[in-house]
Design a protein around this ligand. Sequence first.
Ligand SMILES: Cc1cc2nc3c(=O)[nH]c(=O)nc-3n(C[C@H](O)[C@H](O)[C@H](O)COP(=O)(O)O)c2cc1C
Length: 459
Amino acid sequence: MKKKMHLLQYMMPPVTHHSSATWKHPRNMTMTNAFQWNRPEIWQEIARIAERGKFDAVFFADTEGIYSEYENSYKSAVRYASQVPCYEPSVLMSFMGAVTQHIGLTMTFSVAGYPPYILARKLATLDHLSRGRVGWNVVTAFHKNASENLGLNVEQYHLSHDQRYDRVDEYMEVCYKLWESWEPDAIVMDAENNIFADPEKVHPIHHEGKWFRCKGPLNIDRSPQGRPVILQAGQSTRGIQSAAKHAELIFTLQPDREAMKVYYHRLKEEAVKVGRDPDDVRVCFGLQVFVGETEDIARAKAALHNALVPAEAGVTILSGHLGYDLSKHGLDEFIADLKVPGIQGMIDAYKHSSSANATIREAGMLHGRGVMTPQLVGSPEQVADWMEETMNEVGGDGFLLSPAYMPGSLEEFVELVVPILQKRGLARTEYVENGTLRDNLRTLNAKSTEQVRFSREII
Ligand SMILES: Cc1cc2nc3c(=O)[nH]c(=O)nc-3n(C[C@H](O)[C@H](O)[C@H](O)COP(=O)(O)O)c2cc1C
């Protein structure tokens, strides 16, 4: 039997996602009268389309501020809609969950943004209301304006990269304990004896750690998944270790198959090192697809999109991602000549990619198109072929699709590509009946359902 791929839809709502051209694309929701992007109906429609395509999940990225590294100001980001406005993801997900039954609702929260108790409670609530469809992308990111908005003190702001991940470990420990603080059968509903829940089955956690103190128990009973599906997107050594330890689903943006292979194998090795079954840690690669009935139509779509990207918009986001003000340099300076202390990862990726001789302007154009998401352009068969070949060659577990315009990019993929993938046995055709997100993730490619540990068995 062929290995099936996971499919997820990336979004950063409401007007741009990875691409800086999205908001002004003639087919985007901002530029058509078909939908109002600040109304829930459009997001509900997107969830329905993704569910029609039997996607694993819709996914929201998030940040608690506006990129303000470029020119030491938020103004460029606001001007170019550089991932701003940025709606709070759990609110949107509640609307989307209300009109769907199966699709996973996965979203980002930074451990800098909330005390663990508040976030554990929020996610448990959503897991109940969605009947076990919630996933949490755990991020550590502290960008300048987010830390200013959260009132983080100097000590917190200057945590080293590795210390941030140490803090994540403790944050997760607190959340896990809180989610376990109600035993699964604590609610007895014994009206005759006046017992709603058995107090002996609800436990305080008494957590006293380096970063957090929390007494518990959570004031919410055990949710369908016990704990939400954990997602992560670490790229550094410490980030990969953290992902291998906590995550069930991992996202990465890699420029080509070679880089995908390296990341994939590193991640699986780390999972084994921490004693996990590597199959419990699924890796999905970011992909920006332009598909048309013919290759020429697809090429025209990609060209139209790419021509709409202003270099400065991309440089604004790149400055945010690097934590470094690229306006200090001319747009025509070479990216490879930059020495950015501490945050070399992304610069290195540009140096080592096919754009090694890129100027800051060219890197900005690439970053503005889709951050570092590779573009895949072709007819439905060509797109399906590439995805199939990539899965075979890399061994990866699936793809995170990044839209050029919404909901059109998703709709085109679901209408044109998904049926081909399904016909080839490469994509899901049915969800697990009454399954949770974790059940749907685990049953994909399970040799037999007897081998699958369902949600209730995870904790
Ligand atoms: C597909 C993808 C989505 C991401 N989404 C977010 C996000 O929503 N918010 C955020 O602060 N960081 C996000 N990140 C950044 C990662 O959490 C991580 O910080 C980054 O990849 C750098 O890795 P490192 O922390 O190991 O250095 C995302 C990364 C990727 C690849």
